[in-house]
Every structure is written in structure tokens, then in C-alpha cells.
Design a protein. Structure first.
Length: 373
């Protein structure tokens, strides 16, 4: 009897078995959890959105690998609210990001040193090693977190027969970057339109180059970069004849987006306009709506010309503040035409600020001239 009682007590005091461990999310589980109805809505609506908003809309709605946030915020330090290294690694595995173990080792090996800095190093290495498996063709200049997300979205959507045809109508603008992945710092302007322009005319203190604005389509092979001619920044242009020939090769439509470093003397713009003839040229500028980590191009919707009638002449020096005040005071006369005289201290940044302010006075075109030495 005593032995039976001890056995019963022992059974009563034994701890309950532990609950089964929570299963770790796998790539297949992430795909299964994707809200494809939400993704379909985004795919259907994307062609109607302003071009710079399309990529963000797809990334927000289509999550074949799960939440994109750890990858989009990869550069943000933990002390600033960024994701943990484990979260980034898990997101990459969920997306089957690595083509081989070496690519994984290279990406993760460079990750910590790159965080908090203006670099895309880990993604560049991923592109160099995995190439077509992450849409790093014809080169890897665009491979970043948003680009990788679009690649995986494209492949997942293309594998679904009911959704794949929706990709055909979507064209995505890409950042205007060189083969190194770097581009000219885009101007800030108070008035910017989401239209990126068909071609990119890039000027520096020494050169003028012309290329098609980079854009892409999505499909079964991920992201396919479009465009004729040399990729951005394109071929060097020596004269107006060369400009016309290169533009014909690109087959792009106006407007032409003019890229220039903000600190460049504004008079350098006149050298570019001397090549473009009657084509509509606008200053390229920053635009909102791009995915985290991308810088997409808009244009200041005021055409730049070197000839034409002007009732109001504004003189631009080191600051745009005074000519903006003058334009506001003469607002009733601006419909008769506006000319901007560029002083020796005028910069491209100042020109963008002034021209952007003229947008709010409904000015569509300005004549740009050189001031006295």
C-alpha cells in the first residue's frame, strides 16, 4: 500500500512535457503565406501609377519570401532601429538568395562592415558571383535590396499562370547609376514631376554624355534591363551632330533629363543646351516614392531653352532667393516669358531651386542666357 502511494505521488509531481518547438519559417512556408490577392491588385494597378511609385507598390504588396523589411533596412544600424544580422540572414535564406556557398560567405562576410555606410558592397558581391540568378545582367550595377526584391517577385509571379500575364504591362524605372553603382547626386527642387524623361544628358566640368534613361521589365528570369545604346551615363557627345545621331539610336522621346552635379557652375548648362536643338530639356531632380535604398529621377517640369521672347528677366547669382522674390513680385508678367541670366557664381543647384519655384507660377519654359563675365 505504501509503495503504491509513492508511485501515485511521483506521477502527480512529474512535470508536464514541454510544448513542441515553434517551427522555423522556411522559403516554402513564406510563399504559402503570401497574400496573392493583394499582390494581384498591385500588379493590376501598377501600370496606372506614376513610374517612380511602381516598384514600391509591388514590393509593399508582393511578399513571396515574407516581409522585405529586414532586407530593405539592411544598411540601418541596430542602434538606429535596424534589423538584426540574424533577421537579414533569415530573409536571405527565405528568398533562396545564394547561388552557392561562396556567395553566402561573401555576402555575410561583408555585411557588418557595410552597415551604416553609403555602400552597396554585399549586394555588389552577390551580383558579381550569382549574375543571372539575381538579374545582374548585363552587369551588376543595379543589384541592391529593392532590385533583389523585384527579382524574386518577378520570378514568383511568373510561375503563377493566372498572374504572369500582368507583368507584361509593367515597366519599372531604374536608378541612373554607372557600372560602379554610383550616380550623380540628384538635385533638390521645390517643383518636381514624376516623369523621368526618355533620355539622360549628363554634364560635368569636362564632358557631356547621353544615354537612355534606365528602365526594366519583370518576368520569369527576374528583372530585364531595357534600352538601346551604351548604358548610363552613355556615349560621349562632342557636338550637335553627334547628339542627334546618338538620340536617334536610342529612339527615346522628349523630355530629356539633364543631370548635373549641384555645385557645377550653372553656365555649364548652356554648353549642353547648345547641343540639343529644339528638343525639350528639363533638369533632373529627386523624386519621392522610390523604394528604400533607391534614388529615382523626376524632372523639373520647365523646359530650358537658349532663345525666345521674355518679358521678365531674372538674374541668378550665388543665391536663388532674390530672383524668386522678384518672380513673385512680377507674377502677373511671367506669362509674357521668363529669361534667367546666369551670373558667374550661379550653380546648378541654384538654377534648380529657381526653376522649381517658377513651376508654382505656371511657367512652362525659360530662356537661359549667360551674364557678363
Amino acid at each position: 500500500m505504501k509503495r503504491l502511494l509513492l508511485v501515485l505521488v511521483a506521477c502527480k509531481e512529474s512535470p508536464a512535457p514541454p510544448p513542441p518547438p515553434t517551427p522555423i519559417a522556411t522559403p516554402d512556408a513564406a510563399v504559402a503565406a503570401t497574400n496573392w490577392d493583394l499582390c494581384k491588385t498591385a500588379l493590376t494597378g501598377a501600370p496606372k501609377l506614376p513610374a517612380p511609385r511602381r516598384a514600391s507598390a509591388l514590393i509593399e504588396a508582393c511578399t513571396p519570401c515574407g516581409d522585405w523589411t529586414p532586407l530593405l533596412d539592411w544598411q540601418k544600424l541596430r542602434t538606429e532601429g535596424g534589423p538584426t544580422r540574424d533577421a537579414i540572414e533569415a530573409a536571405m535564406l527565405a528568398c533562396k538568395a545564394y547561388c552557392d556557398p561562396n556567395a553566402k560567405q561573401r555576402f555575410l562576410g561583408t555585411l557588418d562592415a557595410a552597415r551604416g555606410k553609403h555602400t552597396r558592397g554585399p549586394w555588389r558581391y552577390l551580383g558579381e558571383m550569382c549574375k543571372g540568378e539575381v538579374s545582374a545582367l548585363p552587369d551588376g550595377r543595379y543589384v541592391t535590396a529593392p532590385y533583389f526584391a523585384l527579382d524574386r517577385i518577378a520570378r514568383a509571379v511568373a510561375a503563377k499562370p493566372d498572374l504572369a500575364p500582368l507583368l507584361d504591362a509593367i515597366e519599372i524605372p531604374l536608378p541612373a547609376v554607372s557600372v560602379t553603382g554610383a550616380g550623380i547626386e540628384l538635385l533638390e527642387s521645390p517643383g518636381v514631376a514624376p516623369e523621368p524623361g526618355g533620355a539622360a544628358l549628363t554634364i560635368s566640368d569636362r564632358s557631356v554624355q547621353l544615354a537612355a534613361m534606365p528602365r526594366a521589365r519583370l518576368g520569369a528570369k527576374g528583372v530585364t534591363v531595357l534600352g538601346a545604346g551604351e548604358p548610363y551615363p552613355g556615349a560621349a557627345i562632342a557636338n550637335a551632330k553627334a547628339f542627334a545621331a546618338q538620340l536617334a539610336t536610342l529612339g527615346t522621346a522628349d523630355p530629356i533629363a539633364l543631370f548635373a552635379p549641384p555645385a557645377l557652375p550653372a553656365r555649364r548648362v548652356l554648353d549642353a543646351l547648345a547641343l540639343t536643338g529644339a528638343h525639350e530639356v528639363r533638369l533632373a531632380a529627386q523624386i519621392r516614392g522610390a523604394p528604400t535604398g533607391w534614388e529615382l529621377t523626376g524632372t523639373v517640369p520647365v523646359a530650358l531653352a537658349t532663345k525666345g521672347a521674355a518679358k521678365v528677366t531674372l538674374v541668378l547669382g550665388a543665391s536663388a532667393d532674390d530672383p524668386i522674390k522678384e518672380a513673385k513680385a512680377k507674377q502677373a508678367e511671367l506669362a509674357g516669358g521668363v529669361s534667367i541670366t546666369l551670373g558667374k557664381d550661379a550653380t546648378v543647384a541654384g538654377l534648380a531651386k529657381l526653376v522649381g519655384a517658377l513651376v508654382y507660377f505656371d511657367v512652362k519654359r525659360v530662356v537661359v542666357t549667360r551674364g557678363k563675365p
